[in-house]
Ligand binder design. Structure first.
Ligand code: NAD
Ligand code: DAU
Length: 350
């Protein structure tokens, strides 16, 4: 039985990847390693928790000896590494947490994989999940390709860029069989409500202000999370060792247009008069170093591995809003306690 380690599997994207792999690969043992930080939530995986090919391990990737022992115990055949501190605003407030998890944690995993695979790397694979933010910020024209020079501009993106460089260094220096993908903004069920889309859905539901940084003119390229999980599955199985694949939604929105779209759908779903939710839009102080535009050229992935996004944004956003409206308990469990403190600190003097 092949043993696949998935890190960060209790988080937003990780939980969709774990579910896909547990259900699709019954002949593989899927081990989900997650520290269960504020962003990790085992509720995300309750439907597959009892499956015989699924194991959850609570642990921290920054703990070198723990990681070493885990790899020695399980002798993993491959790793899909998603665990990370992932929110740009938190990286502005506390960069060190990002350096520890995203850089040190990644190196611990690389070292442990190198150690158990060094005699024979045949059939082994270390798949590092990264972000388009490593490429920096675009003007009005152009797209990020796999050869765009790195130009990270937030502590989050700098820590992810650093981890990408280290993964490539282990390929060139030690021959570790690595593959990397860099994806655009994900949206969908189970996303922690610190990120723009779930935060806005929740605030609209509660009739609270929707905070838009600056003038709302920044542009993001949104991809439904299941389409990202499917791309990860393809790249895991068919991606070429040493290669990088960009993944994007071909779906650019300014933040303000995106929020108007969400307000329109929410008004319809909540039986409010059109235009009601949009009145909650509040322009607040901009994010420091706010990247203007991200947009991804996924043509390599589309041509070489025949991937394409399956959902139109209109359908994806309806599904996402329905999920949040139908999973009030999931949201309420998060909103009590720590989240309230974070929200006050992040938005109080904006
Ligand atoms: P998330 O914040 O929802 O989840 C991160 C998970 O990692 C959580 O379950 C958390 O408990 C776990 N974790 C954090 N620190 C850990 C540690 N030290 N040890 C073990 N586990 C730890 O993040 P996400 O949005 O699902 O992103 C997953 C990955 O995908 C990240 O690497 C991120 O950089 C990348 N990514 C995210 C997006 C996006 O739009 N969300 C886009 C492109 C790439
Ligand atoms: O591009 C991929 C990246 O997308 C991932 O690597 C990150 O992990 C993920 O968090 C996301 O980063 P962003 O910073 O783009 O996502 P966020 O949802 O935080 O913000 C989206 C846009 O909305 C951005 O331009 C900032 C803006 N924004 C965000 C928040 C939280 C607001 O205007 N108001 C807000 O309250």
């Amino acid at each position: 039985m092949k043993k696949i380690l998935i890190t960060g599997g209790a988080g937003f994207i990780g939980s969709h990847v774990v579910r896909l792999f547990v259900n699709k690969y019954g002949d593989s043992q899927i081990v989900n390693l997650d520290a269960l930080t504020y962003a990790g939530n085992l509720e995300n995986l309750k439907d597959i928790a009892e499956k015989p090919n699924y194991t959850f391990v609570k642990g921290d990737i920054t703990d070198e000896s723990f990681i070493d022992e885990l790899f020695t115990q399980y002798q993993f055949d491959s790793v899909i590494h998603l665990a990370a501190e992932s929110h740009v605003d938190r990286s502005i407030a506390d960069p060190l947490a990002f350096i520890r998890t995203n850089i040190l944690g990644t190196v611990n995993l690389l070292n442990a994989a190198k150690k158990i695979w060094q005699k024979d790397m045949t059939g082994k694979r270390f798949y590092h999940i990264s972000t388009d933010e490593v490429y920096g910020s675009l003007g009005e024209e152009g797209l990020f390709t796999e050869t765009t020079a790195y130009d990270p501009r937030s502590p989050y993106s700098a820590s992810k860029a650093s981890s990408d460089h280290l993964v490539r260094a282990y390929y060139h220096t030690y021959g570790l069989p690595v593959v990397i993908s860099n994806c655009s903004n994900n949206y969908g069920p189970n996303q922690f409500p610190e990120k723009l889309i779930p935060l806005s859905i929740n605030n609209i539901k509660k009739n609270n202000p929707i905070p838009i940084y600056g003038k709302g003119e920044n542009i993001r390229d949104w991809l439904y999370v299941i389409d990202h999980a499917n791309a990860i599955d393809l790249i895991f199985n068919k991606g070429l060792i040493g290669n990088t694949y960009n993944i994007g939604g071909i779906n650019e929105w300014t933040n303000i247009d995106l929020i108007h779209k969400i307000c329109e759908v929410m008004d319809r779903k909540l039986g409010r008069e059109q235009g009601t939710s949009a009145q909650l839009i509040t322009f607040v102080k901009d994010r420091a170093g706010h990247d203007k535009r991200y947009a991804i050229d996924s043509s390599k992935l589309m041509k070489e591995l025949e991937w394409s996004p399956s959902l139109q944004f209109e359908e994806g956003i309806e599904k996402t809003i329905d999920w949040y409206l139908q999973n009030e308990e999931w949201l309420d469990n998060i909103l009590s306690g720590e989240y309230e403190k974070y929200y006050k600190k992040q938005y109080a003097d904006r």
